[in-house]
Design a protein around this ligand. Sequence first.
Ligand SMILES: [Zn+2]
Ligand SMILES: [Zn+2]
Length: 324
Amino acid sequence: MSDLVRIPVGEGTPEGTNSAYLLPTEGAVVDPGPPTGAAWRDLLNGIEAAEWQLDDLQRVFVTHWHADHAGLACRLADRADATVHLHRNDAPLVGEYASTRKRRVRRDRRTLERWGVPEPVRDDVADGDTKSPIPDTYPVCQHSDGDQVGGVEFVHTPGHTAGHVSLCTETDLLLGDLLLPTYTPNVGGSDTRLADPLGKYLNSLHRVESVTQMAHPGHGVAIDVATEITAVRRHHHERAAATFEAIADTEVPKTPWEVATELFGDLLGIHAKFGAGEAAAHLQRLAAVNVVELVDGSPVRFRAAVDTYPSEQSLTPTEAESLE
Ligand SMILES: [Zn+2]
Ligand SMILES: [Zn+2]
């Protein structure tokens, strides 16, 4: 029997209110929440309401580096004299927050430029990317796929971020932002380090498809994994077809930004990054399966490589296709 406790924390993001999870049996908290006073109070109240003591907390697990999940990790670990645990790909973005953040903001800017995002929009994205009140540096335990720590197994599920993990106990699966109840997790704009993020994401879905544990997303309440995976796959197939249509209507190759504005209309701030990133992710995946082709240059452009979109086209990479 699972004794997991869900604690809704913070004011809500575009993805919905964050869900922190207390795992009493494992002496752990997963994704304690965004770095705000309100979220901190929600978290402590939730732990107290579960009649649980912070002294019994040994580990803080974080599914990925985004501030709405990782923001309170160091503060909670300090208070409880616990340790913080992430996948090694995302650990530096929390453990060396100040220096990696600077690099990330520069990389995001360069990436947006490569996607053809106009300069004023790039400036707007950078201005909106404010520093979180979390420590500049903090000791973080780094893990790899398959690691078992205190009854919690790391399942590497990249795509939304490079080091995104789903965390598995005997009774529960903590999904982070791999699958969400009311929203399709962003793939492409939410971590600009990844090559072919959509291919990685679709492979990650495959990894959790057959789990039998109760599945708990990083926002909202428990979901049925199989139902959500079907819905997300359908969403990506429809979007891939729409992406193809957007570039197939002209001989002139298009940038990811041009495709994004055709698909989504006007995009500002974080939505410009997410929208352009999603278009770029679909174009990269369609290029990997030879439906579109990349035209080299800066910004990058794509054109159709076939006359009509193959309706049976699978976007999921085959095992032979290396994604590393
Ligand atoms: Zn996220
Ligand atoms: Zn999130």
